[in-house]
Design a protein around this ligand. Sequence first.
Ligand SMILES: *[C@@H]1O[C@H](CO)[C@@H](O)[C@H](O)[C@H]1NC(C)=O
Length: 619
Amino acid sequence: MAFARRRGILVLVPSAAFLLMLLYLWNTDSAPLAPSRYLAGGGTVLHQPVQDWQPRPEFAFWSQVPQHYPPSAVRGLPRGKPVRFPRVQAAKFPAEASGTRRRQLRERRAAVKRTMARCWGAYRKHAWLADEVTPVSGGPKNPFGGWGATLVDALDTLWIMGMRAEFREAVDAAETGINFTTTNIRDVNIFETNIRYLGGFLAAFDLSGDVRLLRKAAEVGEMLYKAFDTPNHMPITRWDWQSAARGHKQEAPGSVLLAEIGSLSMEFTRLSMLTGEPKWFDAVQRIAEAMAAQQDDTSLPGLWPLAVNARSAVFNEGTLFPLGAMADSAYEYLPKMAALLGGLLPVYRTMYEKAMDAALRHNLFRPMNPTGEDILVAGQVRVEGKGRYSLEPQGQHLACFMGGLMALGGRLFDRPVDMDAAVGLVNGCIWAYKSFPHGIMAETFYAVPCNKSSPDARAVEDLPCRWDEDAWKLEVLRKAGRDAQGKDAAALAAAADAVIANHRLPQGFTAIPDRRYILRPEAIESVFVLYRVTGAEELLDVAWDMFTAIEKATATELANSEVRDVTSPEKPKPADSMESFWLGETLKYFYLIFSEPDLISLDEFVFNTEAHPFRRLVA
Ligand SMILES: *[C@@H]1O[C@H](CO)[C@@H](O)[C@H](O)[C@H]1NC(C)=O
């Protein structure tokens, strides 16, 4: 944060901050603020943990269940002086210099806030303390344990948008109304519980300093920790909590998804940093060590396969290597752990760099497109034999996080090649949004990779990428399972045109296996990160186009809803579902991109995969 600042300025900064804080305290009815020792910069949090974080006795069930396999030694949090990373955010934001632009941005964030207020109001009225409100029928729904997923996911968004009365009401309700001792689901999804609930409480605490939120975080943390009570200390990612609660012994499963085991690190580490209790950090550090030890040994060295074996801690058997669904945040958390821990554990940077080198070489591809735009999509790779890789040119909305991630990693570790790829990837998602009739991309699609002849060629190399209508149509037929043998060109074109019309394929797209838009954040997330990193003003208009398109296609009377088919010529039909990430992530990123760049600066905070900002340890 203090990058390249002269000393005189540094002295001014705290006093200015202090005055602002006074003004702020005077002007708002805020929740109680934390003692300054853990609000002021991250530099002291490792050594001065927060007191009184323990769950209250009536919620202390999980901390009292005996452990069958207590670790013989617990790794402590790393100590020492944090690395001084390069500045992540741009030095200049041209948009901030124009009064007209600033007024426009104020209106845009007010529009985002109106949507937030409408959705929050619907949740409060129709589904208070349930996981979700159904945005068409107006009822409660509990797919995530019934612990108020939307409420917890939205806490920091409410804080950031200045909805302090709503925030306080939600914290009061969470304190006594959410009970992690019990749920009516059979298996607890450890990953989802971690990123939404633990992440949500931690970030809301990091922003507000209200210690009740840290206690709730510790309650979730105590429950999740029990899922690690296995002979080899690897977690059970879909966890039979009742059996554990009864004291039965448990073992980690043979096959778990990479994302579900690899994306626990940030939340567990932040919880240890804030409480001073190292057991959570110890638990996730064991996973990182297993990943690091086997990273060079997979069939696509640098990347880990989609499914790994937790029971035997084998992470290098398997042949499918996606960056999107089921793998994504395992990669996302590598540079973010480096940022969170002030670079004190170099293994995270090393793992990130190896993974990105492999992804650049194998997964990223240029989709052929009618206007010849220089863009990238993150595909998946199947290993067919030693050194034989086949690229599956699939695009996923989920994989749109990669642009933002490579922008962050490119800045933190000074890797220009990652920055270039980040721009290509973000533009790839923008292209996909613009290609569809409502201005919103589908969940998944296939495209034609330009460099098809050599799938393992570096995708970011300067390969010719001219639009070839016939090549596109042939690929459409192939994807549709049509035989192109012995047909003349005119017959082929006619057959392809029929498929294109039938499946409503935009130019350049060869198939759309999943036509939904489920209010996901990844595209705006990456546009937001790239904006903060580059200051590029045109991204503000891109974001606004995305927001207005999404609002138009998904708004219901009550809230916003997942839609079934973004290729539909009319307004897409709602699916009566609004996942908590709409308030927790999507609206937060829209609000932040239209806000001043120092609101949740990427030099002070790092976002978990559910868009919950944690304070970074900074030099
Ligand atoms: C939480 O749920 C458990 C199990 O139903 C119950 O025994 C306990 O009293 C509850 N705690 C509170 C504070 O409601």
